[in-house]
Write a protein that binds this ligand. Structure first.
Ligand SMILES: *Cc1c(COP(=O)(O)O)cnc(C)c1O
Length: 437
């Protein structure tokens, strides 16, 4: 007789292979323990605080130099979802609890969740380099880095990254602002406006025909030859991960500031779009360190580009990719268009992530259109995936949301999308929505 787990794995793998929307419940999340020390979110937060006065100078739009986004309640979107628009896969159609959107699409510097990981990794490298070069001593005001003499020394160093877009934007913009040389390796089909924006900000953009993995491999090879080059490795970077993990405490403080408590009676349900899993994995890590089992987290990915769900459900982690199943990676959610999950993310998510789902592009656009119509909020397609996760928060393995629950959809990007591009997305979104009415 087959065990339930084997049946479940087969069902999910079969759905993934056939590009059907699916949902996987992680049987291992019950065994979660705090404090395995993979990264230290508090230490990362303290570096970000040290840098805040300097960042406030470089990026006045941050206000106090802390890169953070608002948490907004979306009651009209909630009502529309409850009315069944965009498709709710449960029978009750009720979404108990309050629904919020975590507005990382509004994060300064990069306009996406990548500002969390990318800014942290580059700042950490800047501090280490400055200490080594004698530009700074421990305890110094980091605004010293802005002095022309410091910038001149830092300009000998290069930060490189391979990216489909948003990570490149984040790394390129912050690196150039600090005074580093910056190289972004991109596949040639990456969005034109992202390449242009990077070049305008002083980053070098190198384009590669063929796929993203090739761009990353080329970047990694180049960087390994150059002792003055720091390569940001989206698939394995503990620094990126640490930067994302600070979001846990930040969200906890925001909730507390709104008078919302999270405990056994008031659970927090969070849904986050996933690409390689670094951003959602880091956020998940930070949240679980604070809330333990009182937070329930699911990821969402396009049916045409499953990575995290594939690595976790199959148990193969980064040893499997969507391409192995013949899945084409063809999705409008370009921030999620990767087929192989990060090894680091899979390792940390294995005992923490409660569930994972996939969503097809048409439904993604329906969410996008609905959010625009009901709340006037525009997201890029990748960022709307979280709504699919929200609708999958009802898992029989975990306590279901009730009237006391707080539900957060992590909106991961969109504010830097140029107007013309935005109109194209919105018209597709509104017709996807009309088709479901
Ligand atoms: C990168 C990205 C994600 C997912 O982050 P990963 O670290 O790749 O999992 C989600 N949404 C947007 C808009 C992104 O740019």
């Amino acid at each position: 007789m087959k065990t339930r787990t084997t049946d479940e794995t087969e069902r999910v793998m079969d759905d993934l292979r056939n590009l059907r929307e699916t949902f996987w419940v992680n049987p291992d999340a019950a065994g979660f323990r705090k404090g395995e020390g993979i990264v230290d979110p508090e230490e990362a937060e303290s570096l970000l605080r040290r840098f805040a006065p300097f960042l406030a100078e470089l990026f006045p739009e941050t206000g106090n130099g802390i890169v953070e986004s608002p948490l907004l309640e979306i009651p009209s979107m909630k009502a529309a979802l409850e009315a069944g628009t965009a498709g709710i896969p449960n029978d009750t159609k009720a979404l108990p609890g309050r629904i919020f959107i975590k507005c990382d699409h509004m994060l300064p510097i990069a306009g996406s969740v990548k500002a969390r990981g990318g800014v942290y990794e580059v700042l950490k490298f800047a501090e280490e380099t400055a200490l080594r070069e004698g530009i700074l001593r421990r305890g110094d005001d980091l605004r010293k880095l802005g002095a022309p003499a410091s910038k001149q020394i830092l300009s000998r160093y290069r930060v490189a990254v391979g990216s489909t877009g948003n990570l490149g934007l984040s790394i390129g913009i912050i690196s150039a602002a600090i005074g580093f040389s910056a190289t972004v390796h991109m596949s040639s089909d990456a969005k034109e406006w992202k390449k242009r924006l990077l070049r305008e900000n002083g980053a070098d953009v190198l384009e590669y025909a063929g796929d993203y993995e090739k761009a990353v491999a080329a970047g990694r090879r180049e960087a390994a030859k150059d002792p003055f080059c720091h390569f940001v490795d989206d698939e394995n970077s503990a620094d990126l991960f640490a930067g994302y993990s600070t979001a846990g405490r930040r969200l906890a403080d925001q909730l507390a500031g709104m008078g919302l408590r999270v405990d056994r009676k008031h659970r927090l349900y969070v849904a986050i779009p996933a690409g390689v899993g670094g951003a959602p994995g880091g956020i998940l890590y930070g949240l679980k360190e604070i809330f333990g089992d009182d937070v329930i987290v699911v990821t969402a990915e396009p049916t045409h580009a499953p990575a995290v769900i594939l690595g976790l459900a199959s148990g193969k982690g980064s040893g499997i990719s969507a391409g192995d199943l013949g899945i084409d990676g063809d999705t409008a959610a370009d921030g999620l268009a990767v087929g192989r999950p990060s090894a680091l993310a899979c390792r940390t998510m294995k005992t923490r992530l409660n569930g994972a789902c996939t969503v097809d592009d048409e439904r993604l656009f329906a969410f996008l259109g609905l959010l625009w119509k009901t709340e006037g909020i525009f997201l890029e397609p990748s960022a709307a995936a979280g709504f699919a996760g929200l609708l999958h928060n009802d898992m029989r393995e975990y306590p279901p949301p009730d009237g006391n629950s707080i539900r957060v959809v992590w909106a991961t990007g969109g504010s830097m999308v140029p107007e013309a591009e935005k109109q194209v997305y919105l018209s597709r979104a509104l017709s996807a929505l009309a088709a479901r009415d």
